[in-house]
Ligand binder design. Sequence first.
Ligand code: 13P
Length: 337
Amino acid sequence: SVVRAGSYTDELIKTAKSIASPGRGILAIDESNATCGKRLDSIGLDNTETNRQAYRQLLLTTPGLGEYISGAILFEETLYQSTTDGKKFVDCLSDQNIVPGIKVDKGLVPLPGSNNESWCQGLDGLASRSAEYYKQGARFAKWRTVVSIPCGPSALAVKEAAWGLARYAAISQDNGLVPIVEPEILLDGDHPIERTLEVAERVWSEVFYYLAENNVVFEGILLKPSMVTPGAEHKEKASPDTVANYTLTMLRRRVPPAVPGIMFLSGGQSEAEATLNLNAMNQTPNPWHVSFSYARALQNTVLKTWQGRPENIDAAQQSLLIRAKANSLAQLGKYSA
Ligand code: 13P
């Protein structure tokens, strides 16, 4: 049989398990500079390195964060930054037993030959970048590609998404980083929940086919799926029980129990929805750790509370802890509104 992931196999499995630990999940703050700029603009701040650093410092130095957060996904700029007192952000995280992670994809571009769909760049040079990120303290990676339901999805777009994720996952493992496998199925569209289920099943079956073909160690990966919901413009909203039912049906059909953790993205759901849906998924035992890797559903209130003002930092950090704790309880299936 093919030997995979070199000498890192044991470490990858340990890292993945520590991220998928009870009552904890991932804080995603890996917005590219352009996306971070949009968030800062929403509270009237300029998109400068100083403002991005100040915002990430607020988040990463929140006292007590490690009780609820097991991993933090950073953008490359943040991985190399320090607090204004000179402490490396990666050390702030390690002190709280939070594993530092890094977004390694280079973003989406149009996919020629498809139905106005996109593909994700970033494989060129990925091995050497990953080795550098490992040296800097990162222990897991994220690669986000997207699949659009209203645009098809075409067979070409699904295959490209799945193949790209599998190549990235193999390269990450080869360099000691646990890959988060994220084919985000966008919420856009007016389709019913059954259609999302159908597309999600197709996407995940191809993703696992190519992961296996690339000899990826399933015990050393984490998934970041979208929840199975109706399209955002569908006439009816689904209850948390319905979302949980469809999402778990999809995962049970497609995801082997060897995978340690399912870390959902929030994808534009409100903070409350994202927590309630996660809680509903943890009402019965699952073969995997079912948890969160939220960006917007952890940060929305923090940003509004902060407003870029030093005197609001404590209150903003408290609002982060409130969301983190709610999602921690939801991971344990013990959240009540
Ligand atoms: P949202 O939770 O805001 O969807 O972001 C998660 C993420 O990192 C998307 O890749």
